[in-house]
Ligand binder design. Structure first.
Ligand SMILES: [Zn+2]
Length: 440
C-alpha cells in the first residue's frame, strides 16, 4: 500500500478560495454560536455595535472586538469557575487545561468531547507533516499536569506511533528511556533539547551516535524558528528539529513545521489568522511582521474571537513546496520580551540569532536591560567555549558588530564569560533580565 503523504489531504491542500469559503461558513456559525451562548460575547458584540449577521466576508471580522489574556482572566475571576466566555454547560466539558508560565491566576481552557477529538486530530496532522509515521516510537516528555501539551501524546497515538508517556521526568530517567526503548521522536523546548543533549554527553552518551532520536519537536520558545539554534540542536542529536506553536487559549499546537521547515503551517480549518500592526491594529501587508491574532472556528467550549496572542510573526499564504496550502507563520518573538533602544525594537531572538552563529561561543547567552541617564541600554553576556583560543576582546567586538547589523543597535557592553557560567534552563529559559522594572 502506498503511504499517504498528508494526514488529511483534502483539508490540507484545499485551494485558497475553497479554504476561505469554508472558513467563512464556519466563522458565521461560530460567531452566532458565541453570541447566543457565551454572555461575554453577547455583551462585547453589543457594546461594539456588531451582530454575527454583520459578517458577510472574512474581512468583516475586523469590525468585531478583540480578546486577550487579561479579558480571559478577568472574566474567569468575575464568573467562576470557567468564566462567561464559555458557551456550553459544564456537563459538556470533558477536559480543562491551564495556561503555562504566566503569572497571576492561571487561565483555564475547557474542551468539549468534540473539541478534544478535533484538537488531537490536529496534533496527529502536525506530527504527520514532520514525517512521523506509525513505525516511529515517540516519547512524550511534556508535563501532563494541567498543561495543554500533556494530551498531545494522544495525537501521536492517533497517528499510530508507539507512544511512551514519560511526562516531565528527571533527565537521568529520560536518558534511560532514550537508551533502553530507542524512541525516534520526542517533543520538548529548544532549551531542554540542548540541555538534555549536553547532559547525555557528560554521561558519556553521544546523542547522535548512541541514541535513536531522529526527530525533535520543539515549542514554547522562539529558538525552534531561529535557524542557527535549530542547526545546533540538530547537530548535537543528528536529528531534524521542527518548531510547533500553540496556545492553551486556542488549543495545544495549532501550527507546526512540515518537512520543508519553511515557516509553521497553521491549521486554518480550525483557526483564522490575522497579522496586525500592534499600534494601529490595522492588518499589515502579506509577509510583513505584526501581532498574531487568532480566532477559533469550531471550538465550542470556549470560542476565542480575535485573540491577541502577543506574538510577533510574519505570515505567508502561498502554497508551500510540500503542497499544503494552509498559511505559514514565521515566529519572531513575544511583544512582552521586546525592548526599545534608541527607537529600535529589539527581540531576544535577534541576539540569539547572532550568538548561535559565532564560532567559539557555547550558544548560551543572557541579555541585561537597564536604564542609564534616562536611556535604555542593554548588555549581552555570552560564554566562550573551553577549546576556543580567540581573545575575549575580539569575540566581544564580533558579537557587538553582529548584533548591530542584525537588530540595528549596539549593546553597551558584551561580557565574555567562562563555559558553564550562565544557568542552564530545563524548561523555558529566562534569558532576558530587565532591571528597569525594579528601578521604577
Ligand atoms: Zn509545507
Amino acid at each position: 500500500m502506498e503511504e499517504k503523504r498528508y494526514w488529511n489531504e483534502e483539508i490540507e491542500t484545499l485551494s485558497r478560495e475553497s479554504l476561505e469559503a469554508y472558513q467563512l461558513e464556519q466563522l458565521k456559525q461560530h460567531l452566532d454560536f458565541a453570541y447566543s451562548n457565551a454572555p461575554y460575547y453577547r455583551e462585547a458584540f453589543d457594546d461594539a455595535g456588531v451582530k454575527p449577521s454583520d459578517l458577510r466576508h472574512l474581512e468583516d471580522l475586523t469590525r468585531f472586538p478583540f480578546t486577550n489574556k487579561k479579558i480571559e482572566r478577568d472574566r474567569q475571576v468575575a464568573y467562576p469557575d470557567l468564566g462567561d466566555m464559555v458557551a456550553v454547560p459544564e456537563r459538556e466539558i470533558v477536559f480543562v487545561a491551564a495556561s503555562s508560565g504566566s503569572t497571576g491566576v492561571p487561565t483555564l481552557s475547557p474542551f468539549t468531547r468534540r473539541d478534544f477529538e478535533e484538537f488531537q486530530d490536529v496534533q496527529a496532522r502536525l506530527f504527520w507533516a514532520t514525517g512521523m509515521r506509525p513505525t516511529d516510537r515517540y516519547v512524550h516528555a511534556l508535563n501532563f499536569t494541567l498543561f495543554v501539551g500533556g494530551p498531545d501524546v494522544i495525537g501521536a497515538q492517533k497517528l499510530g506511533a508507539l507512544c511512551i508517556w514519560a511526562g516531565a521526568i528527571p533527565s537521568d530517567r529520560l536518558l534511560f528511556i532514550l537508551k533502553e526503548f530507542k524512541p525516534t521522536t520526542t517533543w520538548t523546548t529548544p532549551s531542554y533539547a540542548w540541555y538534555l543533549g549536553e547532559t547525555a554527553r557528560k554521561q558519556g552518551i553521544d546523542p547522535a551516535r548512541d541514541l535513536a532520536i531522529r526527530r525533535i519537536i520543539v515549542a514554547g520558545e522562539p529558538g525552534g524558528s531561529i535557524p542557527a539554534t535549530r542547526r545546533a540542536i540538530e547537530e548535537l542529536w543528528d536529528a531534524e528539529v521542527y518548531d510547533f506553536y500553540g496556545l492553551s487559549d486556542i488549543f495545544g499546537a495549532n501550527a507546526g513545521m512540515c518537512e520543508a521547515k519553511d515557516g509553521l503551517h497553521v491549521a486554518e480549518d480550525h483557526t483564522l489568522v490575522e497579522v496586525l500592526d500592534p499600534e494601529s491594529l490595522e492588518p499589515v501587508a502579506e509577509g510583513e511582521p505584526g501581532e498574531l491574532v487568532l480566532t477559533t472556528l469550531r471550538k465550542r467550549a470556549r470560542p476565542m474571537i480575535r485573540f491577541r496572542t502577543g506574538d510577533i510573526v510574519k505570515c505567508v499564504r502561498e502554497r508551500c513546496s510540500c503542497g499544503r496550502t494552509h498559511a505559514r507563520i514565521y515566529i519572531h518573538g513575544r511583544i512582552d520580551d521586546m525592548f526599545i533602544v534608541s527607537g529600535v525594537n529589539v527581540f531576544p531572538s535577534d541576539i540569539e540569532y547572532v550568538v548561535r552563529n559565532i564560532e567559539g561561543l557555547t550558544g548560551e547567552y543572557r541579555i541585561v536591560v537597564y536604564t542609564e541617564q534616562h536611556l535604555t541600554k542593554f548588555d549581552v553576556e555570552v560564554e566562550k567555549e573551553r577549546s576556543c583560543s580567540r581573545p575575549d576582546e575580539e569575540l566581544a567586538r564580533e558579537v557587538s558588530e553582529r548584533v548591530k547589523v542584525r537588530s540595528g543597535v549596539r549593546p553597551k557592553n558584551v561580557k565574555i564569560l567562562e563555559d558553564g557560567a550562565l544557568p542552564r534552563a530545563t524548561h523555558k529559559a529566562k534569558r532576558l533580565v530587565d532591571l528597569r522594572k525594579n528601578a521604577q
